[in-house]
Design a protein around this ligand. Structure first.
Ligand SMILES: Cc1ncc(COP(=O)(O)O)c(C=O)c1O
Length: 372
């Protein structure tokens, strides 16, 4: 193993080094086929075997029930902000979509859905700052909403649902749609509470260009006439994600990440349970360092702090540039916060080892000792 810097990018984000090494080794000749995966027909037996294994491994890791289809699509999270309402908003003929706004990404989802549906903000944490998740019992859900949208991990604001809402218990029959782009595969998903989940691959799963959609069978077949065929979930599902050419290289890399995760061991656990435990430990370490500091602060309510994206601020913002320059010198990359909120952000996805977070917390302490 080479010693690479620790990369805290929010996405596209660090991938497991083992996977990158294997991709490099197989680049010119995949398993004696004489071809790179990039050069294979998506309908040939080699690629079909890659795609089938990737889907089966993902289903196994996330315990995706048999009545959900896993779709490998293109268009990213923002594409899904349009594709979901085009597929689901007329599911019950109402054209109504309820959205819970907890930060930048759910706000964008609401805005995009408005182009296709009657959107109602069922709850919001604006304007006092996006630092908590409104209590589900207080959401104003419409009885005839076609679905309810939440962003289960707000990548920019650093808020995460640690428990998905139980819409049935809230008196709603609507399916819950989650944008899980930035925490999919970091923890289990309670599928009994979800109708559809989507996320771009470029955080925990693989290269940008692949979008994962998990959709319950009964939600297929309701697309609006204006929905492009390539984005009609039923069409894509019936063609096993091969209605059009899928992002083949992304699926291949994702498949290697799934195998890596299946082998992954930590704290006496394996697979998803192991990575979840490591994610919990990394997040605790980093939040404890921030909370114990007089120079740095995280502003998110303790019960909804994200395990994946940790935004933080220097109380003296004049030190921002010095902080980032010192971080780069130590091999701690891409810590600058999103431009809309400023400050810093450490994204600590699955591929970030515990040592990376230890290196960051050591730097926080040293920087504070020098400048605090
Ligand atoms: C939660 C969330 N939703 C949506 C998006 C947008 O995804 P894409 O850039 O793949 O369209 C992002 C990107 O970072 C995200 O973090």
């Amino acid at each position: 193993m080479t010693s690479r810097p620790f990369n805290f990018s929010a996405g596209p984000a660090a991938l497991p080094e083992e996977v990158l090494t294997q991709v490099a080794q197989e680049m010119l000749d995949w398993h004696g086929s004489g071809m790179s995966v990039m050069e294979m027909s998506h309908r040939g037996r080699e690629f079909i075997s890659i795609a089938e294994a990737a889907e089966a491994d993902l289903r196994d890791l996330l315990q995706v029930p048999a009545n959900f289809r896993i779709l490998f699509m293109q268009g990213g999270g923002l594409g899904e902000n349009a594709i979901v309402p085009m597929n689901l908003s007329q599911r019950n003929g109402s054209g109504k979509v309820d959205v819970v706004v907890t930060g930048s990404w759910s706000k964008k989802s609401a805005q995009e859905a408005q182009r296709y549906a009657d959107v109602h903000i069922a709850a919001t944490n604006a304007p006092e700052g996006q630092r908590h998740i409104p209590v589900a019992a207080e959401w104003q859900l419409r009885p005839d909403a076609a679905y309810v949208h939440v962003c289960s991990n707000e990548t920019i604001d650093g808020l995460e649902f640690h428990e998905l809402p139980d819409l049935k218990a809230l008196g709603s029959d609507a399916p819950l749609v989650i944008d899980c782009s930035s925490h999919q595969l970091s923890r289990p998903i309670d599928w009994s509470r979800v109708g559809l989940a989507f996320g771009g691959a470029q955080k925990n799963i693989g290269p940008a260009g692949l979008t994962l959609v998990y959709v319950r069978d009964d939600l297929l077949g309701h697309a609006l006439p204006i929905c492009p065929s390539a984005f009609d979930y039923k069409t894509v599902a019936e063609a096993q994600s091969m209605y059009n050419t899928p992002p083949t290289f992304g699926i291949y890399v994702a498949g290697l990440v799934f195998k890596w995760l299946q082998r992954f061991g930590y704290a006496g656990k394996t697979g998803l349970a192991a990575i979840e435990q490591r994610n919990i430990d990394k997040a605790q370490l980093l939040y404890a360092a921030l909370d114990g500091s007089n120079l740095f602060e995280n502003r998110v309510a303790a019960n909804c702090r994200s395990r994946m994206n940790v935004p933080f601020y220097l109380r003296d913002e004049r030190l921002n540039d010095a902080f980032l320059a010192g971080a780069r010198e130590r091999g701690l990359l891409q810590l600058k916060g999103h431009k809309s909120v400023g400050g810093m952000r450490a994204s600590i996805y699955n591929a970030m080892p515990l040592e990376g977070v230890q290196a960051l917390t050591a730097y926080l302490r040293d920087f504070e000792a020098q400048h605090g």
